[in-house]
Design a protein around this ligand. Structure first.
Ligand SMILES: NC(=O)C[C@H](N)C(=O)O
Length: 379
C-alpha cells in the first residue's frame, strides 16, 4: 500500500501540484465552496450502514511533499489534496463512509482569520447534517492548537470533531500522517468522543483542544498537554479512557454556533506583546496607536511583566484596552496578582489560546472587560 502511495506521490499529479504552488498563478489561501467527494475504498465492507465521517483538509505537513523520501525538512506543506491522503489509508473504509473536503491548502504558519471562519462554517454545516457522524480536520502542526481551540469555542455540536496532523511529509520514509489519520477517524467514529469538545488524535494520544501545545519543532512526538494530561489514547482501532474536558466548549459554548455576521473584518484585533530582558514599551504604544481593543501579554514565569512594559500597559488598560496577562511558558498557570484589578489572568491558557479567546470574547462583547473576564473564568 505504502509503495503504491509513493508511486502516486511521485507521479505527475503531485509534481504538478508543487509546480503550480511554486510557479503557477497565485492561489487564494482559502479554497471556499470546494467539492465534497465520497472517497472509494477497495476494502470497504458492504454490510450495514457505517458511520459517515467528513475529513476536511487544510494543508500542513500531513499533506506535504518533498522530492526525496529521505527529506523531512524543506518540503512543500499542503501540496497534496485531501483525497490523496485518504487514498493512502484504504483501511479507513472498514471504519466509515468517508467524505473529503478541501477548505484550504496552507502551511499552517500562514493560518488566518478568513480561513478560521471558513473552516468553522464548513464544519458546522457538516455536523448539522443528519447523515454525518463526525468530522476529522487535517491541519499543520504549527498553529493546530489555535485553530482547534477556535473551533472548540465556535462549533455547536456533540458530534466528534477530531484534528490530526503529521511531523513528516507524506512522501517521507516512516511518514506519521497515515496512521494519525486512521487514529483520528477511529476517534471520530467512537461514541465515547461525543460531547468531549474538539479533540486532537496524534501519536496514539487524544488531546483536548484547550490544553494541547506543540512542544517540539522536529520530534514525531511533537505535542503535549503538560500537567493537565491527555484525555485518552487511540491505538489499533481502540479508543481508551476518553475523559471529559474541564472547561466549556462546543455543546455549552456561548460563542457557538458562529454568528452569521462575523467575518474577518468583524473579528476584534488582539495583539500579543512579550516581556523579555531589555524590552521597551514600543510594541504596546504601536498597538494603542493602531486602536486595538485587546492585548495579550506573554509575561515571564507566573505572568510577571517587565516594568518598562508595565507602564504603557497600565496606561492602555486605563484607556479601555482589555489586557490579558499570560506567560511565555508553554503550559503556564497565571492566577492573578496585584495587577488583577487592571489585567485579566489567563489561568492555564497559553498566550496563543488566550489570544483566541480574547478575540472571540471581544468580538461578542465589544469594550466589555467584565464579559471578557467571565470568559476567561469559564473557557
Ligand atoms: N508539521 C507541520 O505540519 C508543520 C507545517 N509547517 C505546518 O504547520 O503546516
Amino acid at each position: 500500500m505504502q509503495a503504491e502511495f509513493f508511486k502516486q506521490v511521485r507521479a505527475s499529479s503531485v509534481c504538478s501540484t508543487i509546480r503550480e504552488k511554486r510557479c503557477g498563478p497565485k492561489r487564494s489561501a482559502t479554497m471556499r465552496a470546494m467539492r465534497t467527494d465520497t472517497v472509494p475504498f477497495s476494502d470497504a465492507p458492504t454490510a450495514s450502514r457505517r458511520p459517515r465521517i467528513v475529513v476536511v483538509g487544510t494543508g500542513g505537513t500531513i499533506a506535504g511533499a518533498a522530492g526525496d523520501a529521505a527529506q523531512t525538512t524543506g518540503y512543500a506543506a499542503g501540496a497534496l489534496p485531501i483525497q490523496q491522503l485518504l487514498a493512502a489509508v484504504p483501511m479507513l473504509g472498514r471504519l466509515a463512509e468517508v467524505e473529503a473536503e478541501q477548505v484550504a491548502a496552507l502551511d499552517s504558519k500562514d493560518m488566518d482569520h478568513t480561513t478560521w471562519l471558513a473552516l468553522a462554517r464548513r464544519v458546522q454545516h457538516h455536523v448539522d447534517r443528519a447523515d454525518v457522524d463526525g468530522i476529522v480536520v487535517t491541519h499543520g502542526t504549527d498553529t493546530l492548537e489555535e485553530t482547534a481551540y477556535w473551533l472548540n469555542l465556535t462549533i455547536a455540536t456533540r458530534k466528534p470533531v477530531v484534528f490530526t496532523a503529521a511531523m513528516r511529509p507524506a512522501t517521507a520514509l516512516s511518514a506519521d500522517g497515515p496512521l494519525n489519520l486512521l487514529d483520528a477517524v477511529t476517534v471520530a467514529v467512537s461514541p465515547s468522543a461525543s460531547g468531549k469538545g474538539v479533540l486532537i488524535a496524534f501519536g496514539h494520544r487524544i488531546f483536548g483542544a484547550r490544553d494541547i501545545a506543540k512542544t517540539s519543532s522536529y520530534a514525531v512526538d511533537a505535542f503535549s498537554s503538560g500537567e493537565r494530561g491527555v484525555l485518552g489514547w487511540v491505538q489499533d482501532g481502540r479508543v481508551d479512557a476518553l475523559r471529559d474536558a474541564e472547561k466549556r466548549h462546543t455543546v455549552n459554548s456561548a460563542y457557538a454556533p458562529l454568528r452569521a455576521d462575523w467575518d474577518a473584518s468583524a473579528l476584534a484585533r488582539v495583539e500579543i506583546v512579550s516581556s523579555y530582558a531589555g524590552v521597551t514599551g514600543l510594541q504596546v504604544e504601536a498597538a494603542i496607536a493602531a486602536g486595538v481593543p485587546g492585548i495579550v501579554v506573554a509575561g515571564t514565569g507566573g505572568g510577571s511583566i517587565h516594568q518598562a512594559l508595565l507602564r504603557p500597559l497600565l496606561k492602555a488598560a486605563e484607556a479601555g484596552v482589555v489586557i490579558v496577562q499570560s506567560s511565555r511558558i508553554s503550559h503556564p498557570r497565571v492566577t492573578g496578582d496585584a495587577l488583577d484589578a487592571h489585567f485579566i489572568p489567563s489561568g492555564t491558557l497559553s498566550v496563543w489560546k488566550a489570544r483566541v479567546l480574547l478575540t472571540v470574547a471581544l468580538t461578542a462583547h465589544p469594550a466589555d472587560p467584565q464579559a471578557c473576564r467571565d470568559a476567561f473564568a469559564h473557557y
